[in-house]
Design a protein around this ligand. Structure first.
Ligand code: DC
Length: 219
């Protein structure tokens, strides 16, 4: 029996994970956040002080895996659950840099494909529709203007201590977009057969509705 694979790609802060979580819960699919894998490699390289020239070799010891507990993804580095450690602005930027390294992408490729082969999934990332799952049943490219994405991120962060300024949040988003779209290895871009959804002027509910509709039309 083949599984159903739905790919959602797009830049940071467009709402991919929030929306994919909601839609997958409703459909009974597993939501796979592939950014967590790159973030975990970034933590591994940082904790072990790996120099750039040693990265490729050191990946042999980077044992990254995912577990799904009650439908929620947890990410492991070896036996250690690092899910709570990977969501900092510093790791966001480090993951973006790390993800440009072809050896890192190769290291994570099989894991992503295996999960997709074995489960009905909604997988979000940057290259899911273009590289990881080129035959996905549905491909969506979800975007929004950098300013709107920065607004949303800033609102989330403003509830926490040490909140950066709006300008810092916007600059991080612009820099991450640039890095993710302009790298040579699997850059972020819309797959030819992906449906474009621009969430700039949509509420969360409207974006969920639109994406659910696109999926239902196709499967
Ligand atoms: O989705 P995220 O913000 O957690 O991703 C963190 C970084 O990882 C992002 O800046 C680019 C990289 N990434 C990638 O290159 N390919 C993916 N499929 C997912 C994330």
């Amino acid at each position: 029996m083949s599984t159903i694979n739905i790919a959602i790609d797009g830049p940071a802060g467009a709402g991919k994970s929030t929306i994919a979580k909601m839609v997958s819960a409703e459909m009974g699919y597993i939501y796979v956040d592939t950014g967590a894998l790159y973030r975990t490699i970034a933590i591994y390289l940082k904790e072990n002080n790996i120099a750039d020239e040693d990265i490729e070799k050191s990946l042999e010891n980077a044992d990254v895996s995912l577990k799904f507990i009650d439908g929620t993804q947890r990410v492991y580095l070896g036996d250690r659950d690092v899910t709570g450690l990977i969501r900092t602005p510093e790791i966001s930027m480090a993951a973006s840099r790390t993800s440009a390294i072809p050896a890192v992408r190769r290291h994570l490729f099989d894991l992503q494909q295996k999960i997709a082969r074995e489960n009905n999934i909604i997988m979000d990332g940057r290259d899911i529709g273009t590289v990881v799952l080129p035959d996905a049943d549905v491909k969506i490219y979800l975007t929004a203007t950098p300013e709107e994405r920065a607004n949303r991120r800033y609102k989330e962060l403003s509830e926490k201590p040490d909140c950066p300024s709006y300008d810092d949040v916007l600059n991080d988003i612009i820099q991450r977009d640039y890095q993710d779209m302009n790298r040579t290895a699997a850059p972020l871009k819309q797959a030819d057969d992906a449906v474009l959804v621009d969430s700039t002027n949509l509420t969360l509910e409207q974006a969920v509705e639109r994406i659910t509709e696109i999926i239902r039309e196709r499967i």
